[in-house]
Design a protein around this ligand. Structure first.
Ligand code: GDP
Length: 360
């Protein structure tokens, strides 16, 4: 009998890669996504149309799970071996707020999910993965984030952010449930929403080479992030539920790059050598050389990157280092995709879309 998995918020970046992984492993996959049209970008629509609809072992449910009886009925019907709750990872950053988007906003709390598992008598059958908001990490500045730091965060500091984390820990300790928190640092891919800086960069620069945009406007170019590939990270989500003992894990590459470096790598992949001039809000990315025909329509001296104060986040922690040692030792975690390869994949996908758009 194939294993049954339930994914909350399936049509986002992580949900789509995770579904693919589980289907390859022979699972029957059920997904909840009430907001496909809201979060869909080109890649997600592709996933939905080409992949979900054509996979006989993948089922999408549209239940309103804010109603407790719907959730209970669904669990009673599916009796899943594994539940992946990806639904509460939302990034209400300035850009999302401006455009009235709240990403992946199904929002089923750990408490409701774990209670529903118990109420169906599934507490010793169903394993539960909870995507802890990466925003949690911004609560601690100047510390390297490990599982220990996370569990020592003072809940009073930000009740809403840490309550799910602690619920998972408490249900594990109190009821012996197999429940884990995954604290995944930034993980990107061509399926990332363009509200995140990496996709904004790959899409913006690709569009510029095809004459669809003139200049990419960004916020803090000095901000540092630990970026990995979402495809690698979902393997760890799965792996966390296959261990002898449930535990929480930090997943990250352990290496940080600045936004400026990401821009530089993406531009190089498009045949543009950039030179940064000026400081702070006056900083500009100027073309220093054109090194491939992809960027032939541009010329040396063009300003293709500029800072726009609207995208600055005055209170954010710009540098939050991660320590993924525990995952490396216990889960065998090794990021398979380098940042350079991630950039290449994202840029090439966006270049193909930009060329298509330019042809129309
Ligand atoms: P986050 O780590 O979840 O906030 O992921 P983002 O991709 O939204 O942001 C990553 C970093 O890029 C943050 O430090 C942002 O301040 C920085 N950044 C700089 N310019 C931009 C921009 O134009 N858009 C976004 N989303 N982030 C930007």
């Amino acid at each position: 009998m194939s294993k049954v998995a339930l994914i909350i918020s399936m049509a986002g970046q992580d949900g789509s890669y995770l579904s693919e992984l589980l289907l390859k492993k022979g699972y029957t996959v059920h997904g909840i996504n009430r907001h496909i049209p809201l979060v869909a970008n080109g890649q997600e629509e592709f996933f939905y149309n080409e992949f979900c609809i054509k996979s006989p072992n993948l089922h999408i449910h549209d239940e309103n799970l804010s109603d407790a009886s719907s959730l209970n009925d669904l669990l009673a019907m599916l009796r899943p071996d594994e539940i992946y709750n990806l639904g509460r990872v939302s990034h209400a950053n300035a850009e999302c707020i401006r455009s009235h988007h709240s990403l992946a906003a199904d929002g089923i709390s750990a408490l409701r999910m774990l209670d529903a598992i118990r109420s169906q008598g599934l507490e010793h059958k169903t394993r539960y993965y909870h995507a802890s908001p990466s925003k949690l990490c911004s609560l601690v500045n100047g510390m390297t984030i490990s599982e220990m730091v996370m569990s020592n965060l003072c809940p009073l500091e930000n009740v809403a952010l840490v309550s799910d984390f602690w619920t998972v820990v408490n249900y594990r300790n109190t009821f012996g449930m197999y429940a884990c928190n995954g604290i995944l640092f930034n993980h990107e891919s061509p399926r990332r929403s363009e509200h995140f800086v990496t996709r904004k960069i790959s899409m913006g620069l690709a569009n510029i080479t095809q004459g669809l945009e003139q200049c990419l406007l960004l916020g803090n170019l000095n901000a540092q992030r630990d970026w990995g590939h979402a495809r690698d990270y979902v393997k760890m989500q799965w792996s966390m539920l296959q261990q002898h003992k449930p535990e929480d894990y930090v997943i990250a590459t352990g290496v940080q790059y600045t936004v400026r470096q990401f821009v530089t790598f993406a531009a190089l992949e498009l045949g543009i050598k950039l030179r940064f001039v000026g400081k702070g809000v006056d900083e500009k990315g100027v073309i220093a050389a054109i090194i491939s025909p992809i960027a032939a329509a541009l010329k040396v001296g063009d300003v293709v990157v500029a800072v726009d104060p609207r995208y600055m986040r005055p209170t954010e922690k710009c540098k939050v280092p991660a320590n993924p040692t525990k995952a490396r030792n216990k889960l065998g975690w090794v990021p398979e995709t380098s940042l350079q390869d991630l950039v290449i994949e994202m840029v090439q996908a966006d270049l193909a879309s930009a060329k298509e758009l330019a042809r129309q």
